[in-house]
Design a protein around this ligand. Structure first.
Ligand code: DX5
Ligand code: ZN
Length: 215
């Protein structure tokens, strides 16, 4: 049985020790490193941008799973691609030319994803289905780590799985993932999960990653 992929979010890491945290994530058995890029306009927090992705790329043994919570991501997409992103998800409502943007990401050999906020229906992803490699389903409104999962999002996993049936598209859930809900997400066919607090705030992060995979 293939296990779910775990992508710990650096938002909850110790930023004074990011190099060490990247090594830790590899040792703990994480599959990807989730990088939350927030501009303070699309979502209420300000994190980091392309220079940070470039720096992370140099030090990370794991692929960088880049989540853009910025308006008009087309303004910076070339730089996020060149910085070494393994995959890039953006919120379609934030972009003026989402179709063109998806094509650009894919043509660069980077996996392209559409992020759906809790109040954005799965039908929005249907519009992009021929152009995406994954759907990033938000379990919380973006901005901060450590928020509680919105239970109504659980059924959206089923809707996504129905939508992508027979296609080479995967579903990743971001926000509020924890040991209490990941089992149910897996039973519904979720392929990957972001986990910020569930990993970095755990007393033993290595066993937290293992437990998230085994639930
Ligand atoms: C929310 C971010 C998430 C968040 C996840 O704005 O997109 O990636 O950091 O953190 P947890 O797992 O703590 O909800
Ligand atoms: Zn995220």
């Amino acid at each position: 049985m293939e296990t779910i992929k775990i992508s710990p979010s650096l938002l909850s890491a110790d930023w004074l020790k990011l190099g060490q945290e990247l090594d830790n994530l590899f040792d703990w058995g994480a599959d990807m490193v989730h990088c939350d890029v927030i501009d303070g306009i699309f979502a209420p927090n300000i994190t980091f941008g392309m220079p940070m992705i470039r720096a992370l790329k140099k030090a990370s043994k794991l692929p960088l799973d880049v989540h853009l919570m910025i308006i008009e991501p087309e303004r910076y997409i070339d730089e996020f691609i060149a910085a070494g992103s393994h995959d890039i998800a953006f919120h379609p409502e934030a972009s003026k030319r989402p179709h063109e943007l998806l094509r650009k990401i894919a043509n660069a050999g980077v996996k392209a994803g559409i992020a759906l906020n809790p109040d954005v229906p799965v039908s929005v992803a249907a519009e992009f289905i021929d152009e995406i490699d994954f759907i990033l389903l938000m379990g919380v409104f973006p901005g901060f780590g450590g928020q509680k999962f919105i239970p109504a999002v659980m059924d959206k996993i089923d809707e996504c799985k129905k939508l992508i049936a027979g296609r080479n598209v995967y579903v990743e859930l971001d926000g509020g993932v924890c040991l209490d809900n990941i089992g149910e997400m897996k039973r519904r066919g979720l392929d990957a999960a972001v986990a910020g607090n569930a990993v970095f705030a755990a007393a033993d992060p290595a066993s937290a990653v293992r437990a998230l995979k085994e639930r």
